[in-house]
Write a protein that binds this ligand. Structure first.
Ligand SMILES: Cc1ncc(COP(=O)(O)O)c(C=O)c1O
Length: 294
């Protein structure tokens, strides 16, 4: 594709507007209350990866959050593709957002509101720089605990990300790249914006509960299945991280990412299984499986 446009084009409520013109209301409940949901999908080489799975998750969050959209699923697909096209991006991170919108009075009844629909396509975002993608990142176990399923289930991909911001800040200020939550019972959950995997004795383990069901996580499990690598969803504790042969995180922002240290304990810098999964992941993307053309 050509060079990205000088000024990003944002989709808002049916219109495509330059960033300097695009506006949401100061009364939007997404802004005032974090009352909304979102998802992030990525495009590589003009192919959007796993859009269907991301939309399934988006629509599940929408139903669980009692939000409504004016757009059908097909219209979301068209708007996502069109926004990316108009921004002339072939490698992109595309965020689509639905908020409860603008109330019709000062004391807002959340049932009487017009939703806000927004799409923002940015150049592809990697969670870590090139060096860290090959040598691994350093993560710490956060002092905060993840949400229990009977509070704000982590499967809501909701706009309220204060807790992720707080664990990221905690990690960055302690000199780490990222942090991992344990759940209320002390089991490993996930990182601020990624899922986590442990490799032990040539087998891959990943937590099953207390997490956002990452699309990349599901892809890694599918690739492990196809590649004949034993894998299991399992309860893990800090002990499993400390004694792992390999640890990696994964997300839409860059796929699998090796971890070389957990809370001061060295882990083998990128090991053979992390490398194999990463290779299979990028091969799957290059071959255009599960892809929607821009
Ligand atoms: C808390 C959390 N866990 C996991 C993920 C990874 O999900 P995905 O692979 O769908 O990007 C994200 C992505 O932003 C996240 O915010």
């Amino acid at each position: 594709m050509e060079q990205p446009v000088a000024e990003p084009i944002i989709y808002i409520d049916g219109n495509f507007e330059p960033l300097s013109v695009a506006r949401i209301s100061p009364l939007d409940q997404g802004f005032l209350l974090g009352d909304g949901i979102f998802d992030v999908v990525s495009a590589w080489d003009s192919k959007i990866f796993m859009l269907d799975a991301h939309l399934d998750r988006f629509f599940d969050s929408m139903r669980a959050a009692r939000l409504e959209t004016r757009l059908s699923r097909e219209q979301w697909v068209d708007a996502i593709v069109e926004t990316t096209r108009r921004n002339k991006l072939s490698d992109a991170s595309i965020r689509f957002i639905l908020t409860r919108g603008v109330p019709d009075g000062v004391v807002a009844d959340p049932r009487h509101i017009q939703p806000t629909e927004m799409i923002w396509a940015a150049p592809y975002i990697f969670l870590a720089d090139e060096e860290k993608r090959s040598t691994g990142i350093r993560i710490m176990i956060s002092s905060m605990r993840g949400f229990a399923p009977d509070t704000l289930d982590p499967r809501f991909k909701c706009l309220d990300r204060l807790s992720s911001q707080l664990i990221r800040l905690e990690a960055l200020e302690a000199g780490y790249d990222d942090a991992v939550w344990l759940d209320g019972h002390g089991y490993v959950a996930e990182a601020a914006a990624s899922n986590i995997f442990v490799v032990k004795n040539d087998e891959i383990f990943t937590p099953q509960t207390g997490i956002l069901r990452g699309i990349t996580r599901a892809t890694v499990l599918e690739l492990a299945e196809r590649g004949g690598i034993p894998h299991r969803e399992s309860q893990l504790t800090a002990f499993d991280l400390y004694s792992a042969d390999e640890v990696f995180t994964c997300s839409t922002a860059g796929g699998p990412l090796p971890v070389r240290e957990v809370s001061g304990r060295a882990i083998a810098a990128t090991g053979p299984i992390t490398e194999r999964i990463s290779e299979l992941y990028w091969q799957m993307r290059a071959e255009g499986e599960y892809s929607t053309p821009i």
